[in-house]
Design a protein around this ligand. Structure first.
Ligand SMILES: Nc1ncnc2c1ncn2[C@@H]1O[C@H](COP(=O)(O)OP(=O)(O)OP(=O)(O)O)[C@@H](O)[C@H]1O
Ligand SMILES: [Mg+2]
Length: 269
């Protein structure tokens, strides 16, 4: 299989200055390559800088050291090659489902007839036909996140950035959306960076799992996932496979080691 790098991150460092004037080092010396069509999952403790990393790739925030290239071009801000799906859905509450999905196309000056047609096709793809004229407040969490995914895909991005998109959903809905996302990815061959708190989710979806360590956020290890593709049809069966059990056991061990190292360094430092 050919390996073309789409996202190239070198020496990325990011510090925040808080309200109290104190500095938080969110990311330190992050190096990461993400391949074309890769599904990369990112796992790490709360506050380790996952959202910060994703927002930097999206071009929504700046950074202090290093650089990020997408398709060979340096990231200087948001661009049509990248879309982000947020944990809290981040839909426009006053706009209909159709207008929410078409929003990015409108921003890009796509004519109304074309953007509505594209939005309808995506709404259909995420299983929300019939809900075009509803507002987000009239939808369940799972339905709102479907709208978020459709909206992100509407601009036909090369890179889809997802920040714990299913974290707020019940288990059944989460499983359905995981399988839907995989089948969309299998069909459209996007590059996905997917952040999650769930080790199970990281393994089920990812080609590789990036383990980040606690503050300052660094990449501790990258673990390849030895599960066959396509996986969209029956994630439940995959969860019972030997490879799945092995790789999750390995990740548990690594996370426990990291936790212990972190505790030890806090005691000594
Ligand atoms: N705008 C900001 N101003 C100041 N500090 C910030 C800001 N955004 C993030 N931070 C700090 O940077 C660190 C990393 O935050 P980030 O949101 O990237 O973590 P995370 O890994 O996404 O956490 P979680 O899993 O809880 O979502 C945290 O210590 C956080 O307090
Ligand atoms: Mg976060």
């Amino acid at each position: 299989m050919g390996w073309d790098t789409v996202i190239e991150i070198r020496g990325l460092g990011k510090r925040f200055v808080g309200q109290d004037g104190g500095t938080v080092e969110a990311l330190r010396e992050v190096d990461l390559d993400v391949g074309d069509n890769e599904f990369l999952t990112v796992l790490g403790p709360s506050g380790c800088g996952k959202t910060t990393l994703l927002k930097a790739i999206a071009g929504l925030i700046g950074w202090n050291e290093g650089d990020i290239h997408i398709g060979g071009r340096p990231v200087r801000g948001p661009g049509p090659d990248r879309s982000m799906v947020f944990q809290n859905f981040a839909l426009l509450p006053w706009a209909t489902v159709l207008d929410n999905v078409a929003f990015g196309l409108r921003m890009r000056g796509v004519a109304k007839a074309e953007r509505d047609e594209r939005a309808r096709a995506l709404i259909n793809m995420v299983g929300l036909s019939g809900f075009e004229t509803k507002r987000p407040g009239e939808l369940s969490g799972g339905m709102q996140q479907r709208v978020g995914i459709a909206r992100a895909l509407a601009v036909r991005p090369q890179v889809l950035l997802m920040d714990e998109p299913f974290g707020a959903l019940d288990e059944q809905t989460r499983r359905l959306l995981q399988e839907e996302l995989l089948s969309i990815w299998e069909e459209h061959r996007l590059t996905v960076v997917f952040i999650t708190h769930s080790m199970e989710e990281a393994v089920l979806l990812g080609d590789r799992v990036v383990l980040m360590s606690a503050r300052p956020g660094r990449i501790a290890e990258i673990v390849p996932v030895p599960l066959d593709r396509p996986r969209s049809r029956d994630l439940g069966a995959l969860e019972r496979s030997g490879h799945y059990v092995e790789v999750t056991a390995y990740l548990w061990d690594r996370l426990r080691d990291m936790h212990e190292e972190h505790s030890a360094s806090r005691v000594s430092g």
